[in-house]
Design a protein around this ligand. Structure first.
Ligand SMILES: [Zn+2]
Length: 352
């Protein structure tokens, strides 16, 4: 029965916690992407934690636009075959050989990245740019499954009183905090955010939390509700612009509305055919403006995100629009595609 590096400790704990666990090969339900363009809801073998890893019983996973992208067109960092989902919360139910047994039963948020911890990017607080970065849902299996494994150092314990449904927002919020940090946004500055989806909404709320003045531009009237957004950018200049929608027009529009010394953040990737755009470098020169990218987040952003959600500094509950069993993923993806939902949560353990 003992196989791989997980070893005896893992199995002992697993047996204690799962009376349903019997026999040699235990299968779990998962979403599996074998090739770009389609996915299957299938039985796969339970994952096994490595020596420094834990096994987590997934409570729920957040669905984000990136999951749609991964399945439909692939992603730079995707390695197939893969179980997607990088927004994951659950309960530790097994441990690898070197992991601390006291972790069993802890409710955790999984920071999705694993970096080397030693290169210059890791040491300067930009572990998301580490050359050996491994991302859950991209390089290693993610949370669209009953169980997932994760390194111990990727875990953040969810404070008592904070619900799984709130804690799962730590992943998108972390990415927003990274973007806001790169924008060097300060209190009392103005910021325009394009897109009032989950990311745009979190960006707006996080900006308010630090005392900045956000304006959200969202052409779709149904999406504007949570952020009191506007259909077009007002006729004024902004200190910061963050683009949270995959539209090249938004980028070109935003750069025209930047203050001198203004900063624009390329937060949302673009389709390859529209990613190359002409911009007036003289404008950047004379106005001393900056364009910066933002991709993902680091562990410390996730720690802060959990704190902010726990302290009520960023409200998230009102952003949940749908809850589905995992097997209804294709319906859920359809809603994301048509921009009909806000935050959609998937439950691997709910059958109907
Ligand atoms: Zn590194």
């Amino acid at each position: 029965m003992v196989k791989g590096s997980g070893g005896l400790i893992y199995y002992v704990c697993r047996d204690l916690f799962y009376s349903e666990y019997q026999g040699e090969e235990h299968l779990m339900k998962a979403i599996l992407v074998k090739e770009i363009g389609r996915f299957e809801y299938v039985d796969v073998s339970d994952p096994e934690p490595g020596p420094d890893e834990v096994l987590i019983k997934v409570d729920l996973a957040g669905l984000c636009r990136t999951d749609l992208k991964i399945i439909e067109v692939g992603h730079r960092d995707l390695v197939l075959p893969r179980i997607p989902a990088e927004e994951v919360v659950g309960t530790v139910c097994g441990i690898g050989q070197k992991a601390y047994a006291g972790m069993i039963g802890k409710r955790v948020y999984v920071y999705p990245g694993t970096s080397c911890g030693e290169c210059r990017f890791c040491r300067s607080g930009a572990g998301n740019l580490c050359g050996s970065m491994q991302i859950m849902g991209f390089h290693r299996d993610g949370g669209f499954a009953e169980y997932v494994t994760a390194p111990v150092r990727s875990l953040i314990e969810i404070p008592d009183g904070l619900e799984f449904e709130q804690a799962v927002f730590a992943e998108p919020l972390s990415c927003c905090l990274n973007a806001i940090e790169l924008a060097r946004l300060k209190a009392n500055e103005t910021i325009v955010i394009y897109g009032a989806g989950p990311a745009g909404t979190l960006l707006s709320r996080a900006a308010s939390t630090i005392g900045a003045k956000p304006t959200v531009v969202e052409p779709d009237e149904r999406r504007r509700g949570l952020v009191n957004g506007c259909a077009k950018i007002p006729d004024q200049l902004f200190d910061v612009a963050i683009i949270a929608v995959g539209s090249h027009d938004a980028y070109l529009d935003a750069i025209q509305h930047l203050e001198p010394r203004g900063r624009m953040v390329v937060f949302s990737g673009l389709a390859p055919d529209v990613a190359c755009q002409r911009i007036d470098l003289n404008r950047l020169h004379y106005l001393e403006q900056t364009i910066t990218g933002a991709y993902g987040c680091t562990y410390r952003h996730s720690v802060r995100a959990i704190e902010w959600i726990d302290q009520g500094r960023v409200e998230v509950r009102d952003m949940i629009s749908h809850r589905f069993p995992l097997k209804q993923l294709s319906h859920a993806l359809d809603l994301v595609k048509k921009r009909l939902g806000m935050k959609i949560l998937l439950y691997p353990r709910i059958v109907e």
